[in-house]
Design a protein around this ligand. Structure first.
Ligand code: B1M
Length: 215
């Protein structure tokens, strides 16, 4: 039985930029048996979304957003550590994942990477603010089947299209499957730029990657 009061307090800690409290409550909820992804989806993602909404409406400012993001990053690390480690025996596919050039948002991308690894995929995390050319070079060098990109800004979504264009102009589009994600990204956008899949969240990302590998 999950302690709803604790869950609410955990959400509030991120909103109130209280990193220590957020980490403490995350550890407590995990030790009480709460599933890491549930904790993420029920407390921390709603918390940072609320902070983002307030920031968007001018009700709080960049320093506060940065502090909440710092707390969010810290609890994400705690939750990621709680997920099962990569199981080489289950190895089913290789991916590179990156947040696109010009974009430093990587909290969601790191969750996606951890969940993919927990599901047995070999994931090469190229980081954030990554050049399209570097993504392509690494995908070729590491001989992956799938290239995943995350974009959180409406302005940087265009880099996901650049990736499709770079693969086409390099004559290697057929060699890879592509998957896109990030808050402003939609299935419609994925279809428009010619990506092979779109995922709304990390769990759907795992499902889509399995489908891409099977197909
Ligand atoms: Co910024 N930011 N931010 N920010 N930030 C947004 C995105 C914004 C919507 C806030 C707002 O105004 N309401 C807004 C963008 C507006 C727009 O583009 N139209 C914004 C802005 C404006 C900015 C700056 C420009 C602010 C400034 O400097 N004036 C600046 C940009 C810097 C840059 O990138 N060049 C900036 C900076 C930052 C921080 C550094 C402070 C921090 C990021 C810290 C970090 O990531 N290390 C930050 C944060 C935290 C946010 C919000 C509040 C939260 C993002 C987040 O972590 N969400 C965000 C508001 C929002 O999104 N509602 C906002 C939680 C995370 C788990 O969700 O990343 O969506 P998400 O990932 C999900 C899914 O999308 C999906 O699965 C994940 C897990 O479920 N997914 C994938 C993601 N990638 C995937 C890939 C896949 C599959 C699924 O396959 C490959």
């Amino acid at each position: 039985m999950i302690d709803e009061k604790l869950l609410k307090a955990a959400k509030q800690a991120v909103i109130e930029q209280n990193k220590e409290k957020a980490v403490e409550l995350a550890r407590q909820l995990l030790s009480e048996g709460m599933d890491g992804m549930e904790l993420m989806n029920q407390a921390f993602i709603p918390a940072i979304t609320e902070v983002g909404d307030q920031f968007g409406r001018g009700l709080l400012f960049l320093p506060e957003l940065v502090q909440s993001a710092d707390a969010m990053q810290a609890v994400t690390d705690v939750i990621n550590e709680s997920l099962p480690a990569h199981d080489a025996k289950k190895d089913t596919g290789k991916l590179v994942i990156a947040t696109v050039k010009g974009d430093v948002h990587d909290i969601g991308k790191c969750i996606v990477v951890s969940l993919m690894q927990a599901n047995g995929f070999t994931v090469y995390d190229l980081g954030r603010d990554v050049d399209t050319d570097h993504i392509v070079e690494e995908a070729v060098r590491l001989d992956v089947q799938i290239i995943g990109t995350s974009a959180l800004l409406t302005t940087t979504m265009a880099r996901q299209k650049d990736l499709e264009d770079a693969l086409k102009s390099g004559g290697i589009r057929d060699r890879f499957k592509t998957i896109v994600g990030g808050a402003p990204v939609t299935a419609r956008w994925a279809a428009k730029i010619g990506a092979d899949a779109y995922a709304e969240d990390a769990q759907e990302g795992v499902t889509k990657v399995k489908e891409l590998l099977a197909g």
